[in-house]
Design a protein around this ligand. Structure first.
Ligand code: MRU
Length: 352
């Protein structure tokens, strides 16, 4: 991975170029706005693993581009394609968009494998770029469906970063907020800081401040206090994987926010593309939860805060049971009180 490439657009999460896959380095925001170039599929895999790029839809786009890059540089894709896909699939276990994107690329490869190598490569590059372009359009559609749910003149609370940075652009949860603002609604945002990786403090706060959307940063343990105050009109978060019954895996801490929202009568909305639905899993109990390095908990920005040798747990996600989810907002519409029936209808593209 090499640093320093500059894109003309001020905030582009990820882009395909002939030199490789360019992505904004999210580990360095907001202190530095640096783009890195991944020149082979292994570098793309490492960027996903180390969270240079993160957020379920953005991970999916990166994986698709990683597959395309791998085949572009391979003289024997028939034997290398499984190796490339396996390396990318091993990076992070929870966000299903990663596996969805790899499967999509595998299908394109399977339909093109009899063709000349140049044509196979071309089709994979076109597909990876389509995954990116479609994601932006999907987020716009999620925003359109979700904006109607946002109360005018109230505060929206969000957790983690489900914004432009977590997607190819516009965002899911933050896309709904952006769309509500575009509609003329008066909206301000409370952003949970999101320990331990600080996606809220570093990324959501940065994105929304750039947009001129009034944003107040709070620590995670303040959410209950503000949900009780009557000030919060709704909670909107993204998702990493949604089981068939509507249980939602999202950033660690989301479950607590959802319970506190229900306790205080505040609607709890999940905004996610249909590609985040995993209808092969009956409930959230089967969703694999990534465990990350203890250092993310013991250290803050390189400073060691905890005693040497202390035991640490660091699950990156939790599962919110469907009974706490007021609605799931997708590009195809809104599933209120989501259950297996409504989510299967959503996946089958029935308009809601
Ligand atoms: O560990 P991360 O930063 O990849 O986790 C991101 C989240 O949990 C997001 O809320 C989720 O991926 C939805 S992003 C549109």
């Amino acid at each position: 991975m090499s640093s320093g490439a500059v894109l003309t657009q001020s905030i582009e999460t990820i882009a395909w170029t002939p030199e490789g896959v360019i992505m904004i380095d999210q580990t360095r925001l907001p202190r530095e706005t640096v783009y890195v170039t991944c020149r082979n599929y292994r570098e793309v895999a490492e960027a996903i693993r180390s969270m240079v790029i993160r957020g379920a839809p953005a991970i999916g786009v990166a994986a698709a581009m990683g597959v395309a890059l791998g085949v572009l540089h391979s003289s024997d894709p028939e034997s290398e394609m499984p190796v490339i896909c396996e390396a990318l699939a091993k990076t992070r276990p929870t966000a299903v968009n990663l596996f969805w994107a790899i499967d999509r690329m595998k299908r394109v490869y399977a339909s093109a494998r009899h063709l000349p190598l140049a044509e196979i490569r071309k089709r994979l590059v076109v597909e990876a770029q389509a995954v990116r372009e479609e994601d932006i359009a999907i987020n716009r559609a999620i925003g359109k469906h979700g904006a109607a749910l946002v109360p005018d003149g109230k505060t929206v609370l969000t957790h983690c970063n489900a914004g432009a940075l977590a997607t190819a652009g516009f965002g899911t949860a933050l896309g709904v907020i952006r769309a509500a603002v575009e509609m003329g609604k008066r909206v301000d945002v409370f952003a949970d800081e999101t320990r331990p990786f600080l996606q809220g403090a570093r990324l959501t706060a940065w994105e929304l401040q750039r947009d001129g959307i009034e944003t107040t940063l709070i620590t995670d343990n303040m959410a209950g206090h503000f949900l009780k105050s009557g000030r919060i009109g709704c909670v909107i978060v993204g998702a990493d994987r949604i089981a068939a019954n509507g249980d939602v895996a999202n950033k660690i801490g989301t479950y607590g926010v959802a319970v506190l929202a229900k306790e205080n009568g505040v609607p709890f909305y999940v905004a996610a593309p249909v590609s985040t639905l995993d209808l092969t899993l009956a409930s959230g109990d089967a969703i694999p939860i990534e465990e990350r390095a203890g250092r993310e908990v013991t250290h803050v920005q390189g400073v060691h805060l905890a005693p040497e040798g202390i035991g640490v747990a660091n699950p990156a996600f939790d599962v919110t049971p469907n009974r706490y989810v007021s609605a799931i907002i997708t590009e195809r519409g809104v599933a209120r009180a989501p259950d297996e029936k409504s989510l299967r209808e959503m996946a089958d593209n029935k308009t809601r």
